[in-house]
Design a protein around this ligand. Structure first.
Ligand SMILES: [Zn+2]
Length: 285
């Protein structure tokens, strides 16, 4: 039968899945990210062979950290120093003899949530809160891109924040007041000295306040119909955290109608399911 393959290439693990024409995952594999590019590529090829078995590959989609050139398929994920200027599209197309499409992980996750998470609105913003923080904005299902195809970095907006430990608020990009530095896994670890899963209820309130201020800015600028939030921090904080952030957004948002704010429906598989979605030619524009 015909299958579509999705790759989620992350800094700690690589996941591969083969899916049918309806996007149902048939077989999947995962492995820890290696320290060399050669080893990662060899693992990816082996896992594709394993999940595809005797089936015919119609297309391969991939999610990876930016920066990257999605048209040429050349990737240099910031948090994977072994991967620099890798011509992934050319490599994969010559090896597997099928179309290959790669995009920034948060764009791919947005497409996955849209395609398989029951989104039927024109303006959809997907946010991921994991080690770092980012987003993907879709207009009628199509990825919004900036100047020279630049990926908008919603995690690096300045936030009017509250913090019980303000001197520890420091973004990895160098700025002292980014949303990512306040609500991402790494940011939470710097500020509170522990992982998100160990935060006290009072600390969650503070993180939700800061996320709410970020949602308010994004709602004011994008005026989306729906914002969905995924990634380990959001999934760990669950519905209470998301609804507390939504409340802060609504209190501060004037003039623009408040979007629906929801937890991701695809849990930890959003980028992988998105990679399967962008393997379909109609989803990778
Ligand atoms: Zn930043």
């Amino acid at each position: 039968m015909a299958v579509f393959v999705g790759l989620d290439i992350g800094g700690t693990k690589i996941m591969v899945a083969a899916a049918d024409r309806e996007g149902n995952i048939l077989r999947r594999a995962r492995i820890a990210t290696a320290s060399s590019l050669e080893e990662d590529l060899s693992n990816i090829h082996n896992m594709i062979t394993e999940v595809v078995m005797e089936d015919e590959i119609m297309g391969i989609g991939a999610a990876i950290g930016g920066p990257l050139d999605w048209e040429q398929g050349i990737v240099s994920p910031l948090h994977q120093p072994a991967w620099r200027n890798v011509p992934l599209k050319a490599m994969m197309e010559s090896k597997w003899n099928c179309p290959f499409h790669v995009d920034v992980d948060t764009n791919v996750a947005a497409v996955g949530e849209y395609r398989w998470g029951g989104i039927a609105v024109g303006r959809f913003l997907y946010l991921t809160l994991s080690t770092g923080m980012g987003g993907g904005f879709l207009v009628d299902g199509k990825i919004y891109r900036g100047k020279d195809s630049a990926h908008p970095e919603v995690g690096h907006q300045s936030i009017h924040f509250r913090s019980s430990n303000p001197s520890a608020v420091q973004c990895e990009c160098g700025a002292p007041d980014c949303l990512e530095a306040l609500v991402s896994g790494n940011g939470i670890r710097r500020i509170y000295g522990k992982s998100a899963e160990n935060l006290s209820p009072e600390e969650w309130v503070e993180v939700a306040y800061n996320l709410g201020q970020g949602l308010r800015n994004m709602a004011a600028l994008y005026a989306p119909d729906v914002i969905r939030i995924g990634g380990g921090v959001a999934v760990g904080g669950r519905e209470n955290f998301i609804q507390a952030a939504r409340k802060i957004m609504e209190e501060h948002l004037k003039l623009v109608p408040a979007p629906q704010v929801e937890l991701s429906r695809l849990g930890y598989d959003t980028a992988l399911r998105g990679a399967i979605a962008v393997a379909f030619p109609e989803n990778n524009r």
